[in-house]
Design a protein around this ligand. Structure first.
Ligand SMILES: C[C@@](CO)(OP(=O)(O)O)[C@H](O)COP(=O)(O)OP(=O)(O)OC[C@H]1O[C@@H](n2ccc(N)nc2=O)[C@H](O)[C@@H]1O
Ligand SMILES: Nc1ncnc2c1ncn2[C@@H]1O[C@H](COP(=O)(O)OP(=O)(O)O)[C@@H](O)[C@H]1O
Length: 344
């Protein structure tokens, strides 16, 4: 495949993910955990635009969609405050996984050119929704598209696994994209899972981001870990009752101890009629399943109005908003990974 002209811009919409099942199998010598997890990609997306540049290096700009202030208001935080910064501050330098992915890609494929990219965020950070990992996988695929590297080049999977445990899931399989996959080992050993029906979810993100490393370090491994086999069979039947009765997330307990609002959110989600309500990944976002897209959007608006009613009852001052329970509420259905790439 030939490299595209430098004027070409690759555009894609990295999806978030939810862990429908997550069990800790054991502690590894490299400090990671052996896990057995089943992830599904959902239609809550960032937007990434990548262009090649004549000069080497990576320039990255980042913004929140639709705007930082609107997202901060939804979360009830002051974007200038320390809390707002820790929740909404996304690095635009080598700390960003997109920057790291493009830098490693250029080195691995011996490029003399560089990349300029713009990342528009919608997926909350520190939510357990894999936002950074999904952006990094999309950055690798955009770079491959622009520089004429086939999407099934084995070095892309190597780079993904080096960059993070969740990135191989989002890299997907360009020949047969998947909606859900079982991830074992650190998360790099993937087995596609057939979803016989679309999953309709409602996701709540409270104004609190959690450190993946800290949640893992506070977790404990069961004497009898459950494997995901039975859950995968349930998923393949598409029967919601069977699916929800086999869902689990071993990281929910340590996360709830650190962020007690998680238990409140889950109680409210069950009360509204969502099913299989649980934490995703290392949190802090929680999700539940609904019988249809219509019901998911109806339950999402009920939860949204419940939160805004609570906010209204406050005196509206910054201090008051900092303590009121708030959350971003989104209805999203399952989608394919990798996300498609358009070239402008
Ligand atoms: C928890 C999960 C579940 O899907 O997702 P998130 O909650 O991050 O979205 C993943 O295991 C996170 O994958 P990822 O976010 O890529 O983690 P990494 O950057 O590779 O690792 C961050 C830290 O988490 C811990 N870690 C991660 C993966 C793993 N299998 N065992 C671990 O103990 C390690 O302390 C590691 O240093
Ligand atoms: N492209 C990115 N988008 C969001 N956060 C990023 C990105 N690159 C690096 N980060 C950093 O990664 C952390 C959030 O990672 P993310 O994958 O969104 O959360 P989680 O691992 O909980 O799913 C934050 O500390 C953030 O500063």
């Amino acid at each position: 495949m030939q490299p595209l002209p430098l004027s070409s811009i690759a555009v894609t919409h990295p999806p978030a993910k939810l862990n429908l099942f997550l069990e800790l199998i054991g502690k590894r010598n490299d400090g990671y955990h052996d896990i057995d997890t089943v992830m599904v990609a959902i239609d809550w997306r960032d937007q990434l635009r990548v262009q090649q540049t004549e000069t080497a290096g990576v320039q990255l700009s980042v913004q929140w969609m639709p705007s930082l202030q609107i997202i901060a208001d939804e979360l009830g935080v002051d974007p200038e405050s320390e809390r707002g910064q820790s929740l909404l501050g996304i690095p635009d330098d080598s700390r960003n996984l997109v920057h790291q992915a493009l830098t490693r890609f250029a080195a691995r494929f011996g490029l003399t050119t560089g990349f300029s990219c713009h990342l528009a965020k919608s997926i909350p950070a520190g939510a357990g929704m894999g936002g950074a990992s999904s952006d990094a996988a999309s950055a690798l695929l955009c770079a491959a598209t622009l520089s004429g590297v086939p999407h099934d080049h084995p070095d892309l999977a190597v780079l993904a696994a080096e960059l993070g445990s969740d990135i191989p899931f989002f890299l997907g399989n360009s020949l047969t994209p998947w909606t859900a996959a079982r991830a074992q080992g650190r998360g790099e050993r993937l087995t596609p899972v057939t979803l016989s029906t679309q999953l309709n979810t409602v996701v709540l993100f409270p104004p609190q981001s959690l450190s993946t490393a800290k949640i893992y370090s506070e977790s404990s491994i069961s004497d009898v870990p459950q494997l995901a086999d039975t859950f995968v069979e349930a998923l393949e039947t598409g029967d919601l009752t069977s699916i929800t009765s086999h869902m689990c997330n071993r990281l929910q307990e340590p996360a709830s101890k650190i962020a007690p609002q998680i238990d409140e959110m889950l109680k409210s989600m069950w009360h509204h009629g969502l099913r299989g309500c649980q934490l995703t990944g290392s949190g802090s976002a929680c999700f539940g399943l609904a019988e249809s897209p219509i019901r998911a959007s109806r339950l999402a608006s009920q939860l949204r109005s419940q939160y805004s009613a609570i906010k209204q009852r406050g005196d509206g001052s910054h201090a008051d908003r900092q303590t009121l329970p708030t959350a971003r509420v989104v209805a999203a259905n399952s989608v394919l990974v990798p996300a498609g790439i358009q070239v402008e």
